[in-house]
Write a protein that binds this ligand. Sequence first.
Ligand SMILES: C=C(O[C@@H]1C=C(C(=O)O)C=C[C@H]1O)C(=O)O
Length: 100
Amino acid sequence: MNATVDGDRPQAEQTSPEQAAATIDDFRGEIDHLDAEILRLIKRRAEISRQIGQARMAAGGPRIVYNREMDVLARYRELGPEGRELAMILLRLGRGRLGH
Ligand SMILES: C=C(O[C@@H]1C=C(C(=O)O)C=C[C@H]1O)C(=O)O
């Protein structure tokens, strides 16, 4: 018989509310750490991107280099449609406000 009811689950798979809370706490600590790192890296990326843009424009070049941006978009494609959105946001952050 394939049907399962709550009482059929083996003991090893059961988790107490206290164990679940501890596991969730641990994972949340890791997420908090990852978010801080991601934020630091995003800020650093935007800063470098702006510096490249400024250096290029100071030499009479364009602020945006489309083939390079296509490479960046391709890099995030493995994350699916959200990856593309994420890459677009990263590129926008590197541009800063227009004229600045
Ligand atoms: C950073 C550069 O300048 C611009 C910003 C890019 C980026 O943020 O990845 C990519 C291409 C350029 O439009 C670059 O040319 O590498």
